[in-house]
Design a protein around this ligand. Sequence first.
Ligand code: DQA
Length: 156
Amino acid sequence: MSGLFIILLACFKQYINYIMQILIINGPNLNKIGIREPEIYGNRDFNNYLDELSLLFNSYNLMSFQSNSENEIVDRILDHSENVEGIVLNAGAFTHTSVAIRDAIASVNLPVVLVHISNVYAREQFRKNNILAPVCKGVITGFGLDSYKLAIYSLI
Ligand code: DQA
């Protein structure tokens, strides 16, 4: 009986100490946010914005990863499918081209919210082709860096 009580207590402690993990993935050229085409993407540094998000969502663990390589993004989605509860993904230009990233999202049993800083539907025709949207939980586009904040709200 006391053994069972100890196990229940341990589970309860783990439950109350549990912190939801959210992974933010940024794709190609998004390491240049703040410098790159500021008239479209703004002039704020992403890491600076991330610090603000971490303060706002201080009871969650926000992890962030950026890569210009498609294979690294695929690996990150697959490798983290077991230890995060949700992914916020800005795949950049891969949004419009990557079957590999689409298949990775479809392979994991995780909510993935796709974000865009700019409103891709108000831009060039090729940006309206979104290969990833059908396998994502939803898409947030056009709210500047706050697209990330809205995506996190949609996951928690
Ligand atoms: C973007 C939109 C994409 O079309 C573009 O290739 C990007 C950024 C955005 O956040 O608005 O790199 O994903």
